[in-house]
Design a protein around this ligand. Structure first.
Ligand SMILES: Nc1ncnc2c1ncn2[C@@H]1O[C@H](COP(=O)(O)OP(=O)(O)OP(=O)(O)O)[C@@H](O)[C@H]1O
Length: 284
């Protein structure tokens, strides 16, 4: 679906490349996340992958085409939600979506259904000027799916959304994956990445530092131990035990038998902890 080899890109007028030696292959049907702090180069990479930024070095094949030679077909099978939503403020949400849909040959799910899925079912006839930032973000996601594309790029799709609406957008993305779509997310929301992505790439200063699945990363980086919090003579205490010896760990068995357990933590690292450990950088 996507094959990037030895990619470098320098903005005109800059001396240093913004994208440095990126190599990545993304198969059909995957949810793939580019994770990195602000300024890491995620949007630049997205613009190269959708054929907007030219003049790069290396090779970029998307939907089995060299993006430098992308045809109309390419844009009919590609959906994009840019980080900053761009709508006609005086038009209603529905009028905006109908207008953008008219550029494409194919129609996917109805505007009404898609809007319903992101919790905007009752504001179809509302002018976009009356939308909040979070509503515009959700409308932006709907816009990317209008023409039933095969490959969808979503730049920070959950930015500025409350937890309930983050969940709605997440559910829509999962439904699209189940329908066989390939989805590329740019995000610095590690929680979203952890739940949604089959694989993630850590990107810092234009370089991909690591590509792996969230599960495999968490298994590799987390300590294989648990911490037990228990009460002894009314005082709360804690002790850590290696997971592989738990069955024969007498002290652990004693805590269980005395029924003094308060809680057990698995000491699992979050994707954010692992990002910091691997790259030495924070995400926000
Ligand atoms: N048109 C441009 N000309 C010159 N430099 C640019 C241009 N657009 C972006 N940059 C620079 O390229 C670097 C990467 O920016 P980019 O927007 O790709 O990062 P990002 O990871 O998407 O960040 P964010 O999460 O804040 O959107 C930044 O240093 C930015 O200042």
């Amino acid at each position: 679906m996507i094959q990037v080899k030895d990619l470098f890109f320098t903005y005109p007028g800059n001396t240093e490349p913004t994208i440095k030696n990126v190599n990545v292959t993304i198969p059909t049907g995957e949810i793939f996340g580019f994770l990195g702090p602000s300024g890491a180069g995620k949007s630049t990479l997205q613009k190269i992958l959708i054929g907007v930024l030219k003049g790069y070095q290396g090779s970029v094949s998307v939907l089995h085409q060299d993006v430098n030679k992308a045809t109309t077909d390419f844009y009919n099978t590609l959906g994009v939600a840019f980080e900053t939503p761009n709508f006609y403020q005086k038009f209603t949400a529905k009028e905006n979506l109908q207008f953008f849909q008219s550029f494409y040959e194919k129609e996917g799910e109805s505007i009404e259904k898609l809007m319903e899925k992101v919790g905007l079912g009752d504001v179809l006839e509302t002018r976009v000027s009356d939308f909040s930032k979070g509503m515009k973000m959700r409308l932006n996601v709907v816009r990317a799916f209008l023409h039933d594309p095969e490959l969808i790029f979503l730049d920070e799709p959950t930015s500025g959304l409350d937890p309930l609406n983050v969940q709605k957008v997440r559910e829509l993305i999962v439904q699209m994956k189940e329908a066989g779509k390939t989805i590329i997310l740019n995000t610095h929301n590690m929680n979203v990445a952890e739940i949604l992505c089959d694989r993630v790439a850590f990107i810092v200063d234009g370089e991909v530092k690591l590509i792996d699945s969230p599960d495999h990363l968490k298994n590799s980086y987390s300590q294989k131990e648990i911490t037990v919090v228990f009460k002894e003579k009314g005082i709360e205490k804690q002790a850590s035990f290696e997971m592989k010896h738990l069955g024969t760990q007498l002290e652990f068995q004693k805590i269980l038998q005395q029924d003094q357990l308060v809680r057990i933590n698995t000491n699992e690292k979050t994707l954010e902890d692992i990002f910091i450990e691997v790259t030495g950088r924070k995400l926000q």
